[in-house]
Design a protein around this ligand. Sequence first.
Ligand SMILES: *[C@@H]1O[C@H](CO)[C@@H](O)[C@H](O)[C@H]1NC(C)=O
Ligand SMILES: *[C@@H]1O[C@H](CO)[C@@H](O)[C@H](O)[C@H]1NC(C)=O
Ligand SMILES: *[C@@H]1O[C@H](CO)[C@@H](O)[C@H](O)[C@H]1NC(C)=O
Ligand SMILES: *[C@@H]1O[C@H](CO)[C@@H](O)[C@H](O)[C@H]1NC(C)=O
Ligand SMILES: *[C@@H]1O[C@H](CO)[C@@H](O)[C@H](O)[C@H]1NC(C)=O
Ligand SMILES: *[C@@H]1O[C@H](CO)[C@@H](O)[C@H](O)[C@H]1NC(C)=O
Length: 434
Amino acid sequence: MEHQVLIFIFLLAYAFSVQVPPKLKPGSSKDPLKDSKNKTELIGTNATLVPVVTAAPEKLAEVHIDQHKTIRISKGDLDDLLDVYMERIAESAATIKDKDIEINKLQTVNPTSDDLQVRLDNLTQTCSAQNASQTTAIKEKDEKIKELETKVKIYETRLKRKQHLVTELKKQNTSSTALINHFRSKAVYFEKKFREKKDDLLADWEAATTTCIPFGKSSGIHLLHIPGFLPFLVPCEGLTTAGAGWMAIQRRIDGSVNFYRNWDSYSKGFGKLNGEFFIGLEKLHQITKSQPHELYISFKRFNGEWSYAHYDDFLIGSAEEGYELKLLGHYQGNASDALRTHDKMKFSTFDRDNDEFTHMNCAEYHHGAWWYDFCSRSNLNGKYFKDEVDNVQGIYWEPWYSFRSLKSVQMLIRPKSQKELKDLPKTKKNLRNL
Ligand SMILES: *[C@@H]1O[C@H](CO)[C@@H](O)[C@H](O)[C@H]1NC(C)=O
Ligand SMILES: *[C@@H]1O[C@H](CO)[C@@H](O)[C@H](O)[C@H]1NC(C)=O
Ligand SMILES: *[C@@H]1O[C@H](CO)[C@@H](O)[C@H](O)[C@H]1NC(C)=O
Ligand SMILES: *[C@@H]1O[C@H](CO)[C@@H](O)[C@H](O)[C@H]1NC(C)=O
Ligand SMILES: *[C@@H]1O[C@H](CO)[C@@H](O)[C@H](O)[C@H]1NC(C)=O
Ligand SMILES: *[C@@H]1O[C@H](CO)[C@@H](O)[C@H](O)[C@H]1NC(C)=O
């Protein structure tokens, strides 16, 4: 820089020391600068720095450095020299310009500390704003996580409950499976039993008889086949005080069956053949109609006494005849002839009043069903009492209208041909020989 300034000064000195020639006409070909290079262009717009050199081309320029020193230099050399320096100056100027631009740039690029503060503040604000929003977002996420955790817990609880249920169901399944297996085996058992029974029944069917006589002393339920009537089951009684081959038609032993029933029920029969039952009037009619029968009734009192009544000709009429007690035959026994007054009477139930009273329903009055007349000296289908009572509704068999209730009763019939009964029940030997 210093060097350039020196040159500059030198040049100025040179310029002022040069003798300025008289004015030249513009556009004249004799203009000395016309042929020389354009110095101002080299140094840009800074015209002030451009020295105006006007010297005669051939003459030597005399440059007085001081009073003692003078340098003589030709115009051509000076021009060359000037060119060199001008170039250098231009270079320097360019460099300076570059530097200025750089400085400017730096000045615009480098913010002041105030700018920085503002930016920092801005950044801080932005950051805290972001922080705030992030914090909110995080809080929301936290809450969501909590919610989800709660849900997960609920689902876990439900799952546990379900698992518990499944376990329970599995247990139940096991026990029901066991039950099912149990019932299956039972079913198999019953099927087998049923088949056996069926076989028995089939055998019975083939061996179906019109009486219980073929079964002799053996007791059991057998199929009876009366010609012209559908076969039906009857209990045969082989071991009785009256001997073998009897058929039970009515039995009272414990009051387990209700005997206060209507006409239809008495017509068809009801109860359990191995317990309390009534065989049914229609069957009674069919059996006694098919061949002559005898009737044997045994009674047991609550005090342990037992007695019997035997009628040697027992016949029941048809439904049209009101199941009339048509025949009784001769009485024999030690109970009393309490059925005699009912001879030739129709059967009565509470809903079929065939008794001799016009203004009274004997079946209702005696709570039973019988061949009532005015009304009754016997009432074997009456109400069962657990103790001996004197009650018109009870099961009784009395010589003269008294009503001591009985503990058990059984009515048996057998074809009349079995005349051996006449000797019965005097000796047990005879019983066995039957
Ligand atoms: C010298 O500079 C002047 C002014 O800028 C210009 O008009 C002229 O044409 C230039 N001469 C040459 C030879 O470049
Ligand atoms: C001289 O040149 C510089 C840099 O280019 C410029 O900033 C300045 O204005 C110029 N001066 C004149 C008088 O033109
Ligand atoms: C922070 O600077 C940005 C970009 O320079 C601007 O958009 C925003 O408005 C400024 N924020 C504040 C708070 O000054
Ligand atoms: C972000 O926000 C939380 C809570 O609002 C605050 O505790 C924390 O200091 C903040 N952090 C910054 C860098 O601002
Ligand atoms: C129930 O038991 C049966 C028989 O043991 C078995 O086949 C079935 O898979 C069981 N079911 C379940 C739900 O455990
Ligand atoms: C009825 O006769 C039977 C047989 O002879 C006898 O066992 C029974 O005790 C008698 N009953 C009464 C009450 O006399």
